[in-house]
Design a protein around this ligand. Structure first.
Ligand code: ADP
Ligand code: ADP
Ligand code: ADP
Length: 209
């Protein structure tokens, strides 16, 4: 199973990824956002180059991201399939992915309107390990603490309102063209992402089956 999760920032891609991986434990999860944040945290050369783009809400240039993603796709644990979250994010990236020869099973578009996106992203809190919460929609058991490891939850710098507006503009300009791109290939399935997480997951499961 080789799936792409597509959708605006805050649509619930990471939230659904966790559930899809519980259904298909043999497939590898590749989140380019998580990978880039790990590079920034580790202070790697790539992280240093990527940081200013991420902070401003823009896309990290293809020459940095595409190699990182394709190298990850070439690793052993991707043999039984992958769940791609946040890649491709531009038609040029989709073409590079097609060139790698991996045959896609489908592309899930998690559809959420801009107004709801701003609500979700502004309430998002994350743990260092990448677990995602929402202050109203999915609060942790103990305020401000991760349920799994008790660490302090933080707000991502790029989840502040000014940056969110830029990320949405970038989504509509650069990423949304992928909808038609994959529709033309008969690969696109739309999921109403405004439903509660369990319903979104049920819909995704029905679509994959
Ligand atoms: P979200 O899950 O909120 O949509 P991500 O965690 O996927 O955001 O991405 C965070 C940031 O990392 C993006 O705003 C962008 O700067 C960078 N990024 C992630 N994936 C890509 C990609 N495929 N191409 C370019 N930049 C990317
Ligand atoms: P993405 O990976 O697409 O950026 P996330 O999975 O991180 O999105 O979700 C963004 C925020 O919205 C998080 O705070 C998450 O808890 C919350 N969220 C995710 N799915 C839903 C949903 N179906 N309804 C309400 N809130 C949601
Ligand atoms: P890498 O190859 O650099 O480990 P990954 O995308 O596999 O890249 O993981 C990057 C980060 O995402 C890690 O910090 C890991 O803890 C986190 N991560 C991996 N799988 C999941 C998941 N299913 N849900 C949430 N976070 C995850």
């Amino acid at each position: 199973l080789n799936l792409i999760l597509l959708g605006p920032p805050g649509a619930g891609k990471g939230t659904q990824a966790e559930r899809i991986l519980a259904d298909f434990p043999q497939i590898a999860y590749i989140s380019t956002g998580n990978m880039l944040r790990a590079h920034v945290a580790d202070g790697t050369e790539l992280g240093k180059e990527a940081k200013s783009y991420m902070d401003s809400g823009g896309l990290v240039p293809d020459e940095l991201v595409t190699k990182m993603a394709l190298d990850r796709l070439a690793q052993d644990d991707t043999r039984d399939g992958v769940l791609l979250d946040g890649f491709p994010r531009k038609v040029t990236q989709a073409e590079a992915l097609a060139g790698s020869g991996r045959k896609l099973s489908g592309v899930l578009l998690i559809d959420v309107d801009d107004e709801e996106i701003v609500r979700r992203v502004s309430g998002r809190r994350v743990s260092k390990s990448g677990r995602v919460y929402h202050v109203d929609f999915d609060p942790p058991k103990h305020e401000g603490r991760c349920d799994v490891d008790g660490s302090v939850l933080i707000q991502r710098d790029d989840d502040k309102p000014e940056v969110v507006r830029e990320r949405l503009a970038v989504y509509h300009r650069d990423t949304a063209p992928l909808i038609a791109y994959y529709e033309d290939q008969g690969l696109l399935a739309r999921v109403d992402g405004t439903r509660p997480p369990t319903e979104v997951h049920d819909h995704i499961r029905a679509t994959i089956a």
